[in-house]
Ligand binder design. Structure first.
Ligand SMILES: C[S@@+](CC[C@H](N)C(=O)[O-])C[C@H]1O[C@@H](n2cnc3c(N)ncnc32)[C@H](O)[C@@H]1O
Length: 260
């Protein structure tokens, strides 16, 4: 007599194998489809558009439909270090959201005075932070704080507008807090960041929520999730999660997949 339990087990095994196979097939196909939509060889002229009619807070240069904001000069350093920042924006919550390992290598890109670099550095006793900025004056401030606070695992790095100046596959995480929206060449910077990420490395973008009209920040200093995803996906990054633990900003996390 046929054992029904045995037949049931065979049937379940069969269904399970088919499900695994279909899942794998769909996953690899969606990755391949994504890879096919990325063109990393577009020239600067093809990517950016200059318009004379534009927002006075912007530089008149548009990328994927978004106007790029003016760079915050080093004379605004005091604003980044304001005593009320922790209460208003709760930046220390960013550190928890990043789920760092003690040996992680993190690039804080558009570091400014290093507010985030100094929050992160104590969590990386075997790792380090590269504090990257285009303004030498900002890096000088970081150097001054390093001496004052006796912090040895932060390395200031002078970037250019088109290159973060990081070595290939040298970082686990690139963090950009209130900075990306003012990069004059966002696509080139992102390509440099992707190159600098180890396989499976992550990008964390922290920007004021563009969807919320009640967040009282200039419109060009905010970004919607939709826009962020569009720009990150254009260089091959894959969205992983959005964390809304902060009162005014999104923390949007992307991953470098194996195919870029
Ligand atoms: C508004 S500040 C934010 C600083 C810091 N992330 C913070 O939250 O305290 C933006 C910083 O981005 C820097 N920046 C602008 N364009 C950049 C680029 N292409 N590469 C690196 N840094 C850039 C500016 O010099 C400025 O220090």
């Amino acid at each position: 007599m046929i054992d029904m339990k045995y037949i049931k087990n065979i049937f379940l095994f069969f269904i399970f194998t088919i499900a695994i196979f279909c899942g794998f097939f769909l996953f690899t196909n969606s990755q391949a489809a994504h890879a096919n939509t990325i063109n990393l060889n577009l020239t600067i002229a093809e990517v950016y558009e200059q318009r004379s009619n534009h927002n006075p807070d912007g530089i008149g240069k548009f990328y994927m439909g978004r106007e790029i904001a003016r760079v915050m000069g080093h004379t605004g350093a005091g604003w980044l270090e304001r005593g009320s920042r922790e209460v208003e924006e709760q930046p220390s919550k960013i550190v928890d959201a990043l789920k760092l390992q003690s040996d992680s290598v993190v690039a804080d890109i558009g570091a400014g005075t290093g507010y985030l670099s100094f929050l992160i550095a104590p969590h990386l006793p075997q790792g380090r932070v590269f504090a990257v900025d285009i303004q030498p004056e900002m890096l000088e401030i970081i150097g001054y704080f390093q001496e004052e606070k006796n912090v040895t695992n932060i390395k200031p790095i002078l970037a250019t507008e088109t290159n973060p100046n990081l070595s290939t596959e040298s970082i686990d995480l690139a963090l950009m807090v209130d900075a990306y929206h003012e990069f004059a060449y966002p696509r080139e910077m992102l390509k440099g960041i992707v190159k600098a990420l180890k396989k499976g490395g992550r990008v964390a973008l922290v920007e004021y929520r563009g969807e919320n009209p009640f967040i009282m920040i200039k419109s060009l200093h905010k970004m919607t999730q939709k826009q962020v995803k569009k720009e990150m996906q254009a260089v091959g990054l894959v969205w992983r999660e959005t964390n809304n633990v902060l009162p005014q900003q999104h923390i949007i996390i992307f991953e470098k997949p194996n195919f870029v």
